[in-house]
Design a protein around this ligand. Sequence first.
Ligand code: CNA
Length: 419
Amino acid sequence: MGSAGTETNETVCQTTEKIQLDAHKMLESVRATISHCEDVLAQPNVESGRRASHDLDEKWAEFQRLFDKMNHQLIDSLGRNMRSEGFQVNTRTSMQSIDEEDEDGLSEEERKAVLDYDFSIEKIAHLIKSKKVTKIVVMAGAGISVSAGIPDFRSAGGLYANLHKYNLPDLPSPEHLFSIDYFKENPMPFTLRSKDMMPGTFAPTPTHHFIKLLAQKNLLHRLYTQNIDTLELLAGIPEHKTVFAHGSFADVHCINPSCRERMQLEKWRFFIEKEEPPRCEHCPEQALVKPDIVFFGENLPARFAQLRKKDLGSADLLIILGTSLAVSPFNTLTELVSPTTPRVLINNESVGANVGLVHDQEPGLVNYRDVFLRGTCDEQVTSLCEWLGWSEELKDLIEAQNSAPHNGWTRMVEAQARP
Ligand code: CNA
């Protein structure tokens, strides 16, 4: 992403925050109106009034859902329409016919050669088994860690829908939990959330072990993860094969740019457990200390910018796991692969139309390379391993983890102490 890309990223983040703050003001005003309506309508003995109030509640919930969706779409389109490095525009729809789709310059034979219009899990297993693909890039999101007990953001059971458990009436919107400006003003919400997401206290899932298996078989070209939970490290996926696109909880630093002193994980945890935002003891400002995760308003790690074009450009298979593909610029990685590279999405729900994924499966329509395997990541990768004949190896990795002492936290502390 060079310096132009970094500026773009900053601009997008600032715009994003502004939209969120504006949106918050709007929500506040609607909320006040509804509260007033409820007061009026919920008079004793006026049953119809109560029903009306209930209807209003439902409409409100629907409005919030739609608003969130619109907000994310707006953010995506902002990022992708900036047309600078890394932000590419893709306006394809599944209704376009192949004849119109000549921007990738592929002939009909070339399209057919990609998957032969076979969008099945067997076909993907066959490509891997027959060594037709050997450079697999994996894009991962919060969905791969849900079975470890870490909620994602945007599902019904996810963090955004369940923030009430933290009792944060002052939090303007769920996104503010991870906004750097908001954190500087009010670090308490993030402190409380960190307590529930202590690195090393969760164990990797079968999906993490599947990714490790790809690495062991020399098939993992690179893993790009949005996750910050460090489960990739605990699963033993090689660090040099991983890009932590949104940073991680593995290390902790002072946020003052002229200090940036590291805090030992043990000490940081001590404060978090007391529900006290940790402050730096080294800098004169006693600035806040936070894990090296990328907040809204912060730049992505340089490694993401350095590697993504080459990695994605040379990938011969892209596997996308457990992500809503709602966050830019991470989601634009899908657009960096060659037009002849198959893209497999494994997710609970169909996502990615915003970044050009198409899931129609009719020959003659635009899709010739996107496979959608609906279901949980663990189910689908287990099934893929069956087709590949890797079930025993996957089982061995899972069993090895289950029989090892649960020492994730100690491993994180030791890793941080390494020079
Ligand atoms: P998201 O926007 O919450 O989307 C998760 C996606 O995964 C949704 O489409 C779900 O339907 C799907 N999903 C949930 N569970 C499963 C499952 N078991 N199997 C298959 N699909 C499932 O999360 P994203 O990762 O897309 O958003 C990026 C954010 C989330 C990043 O900035 C992360 O830092 C952040 N996040 C990370 C963690 C973590 O580190 N474990 C947890 C929560 C949020």
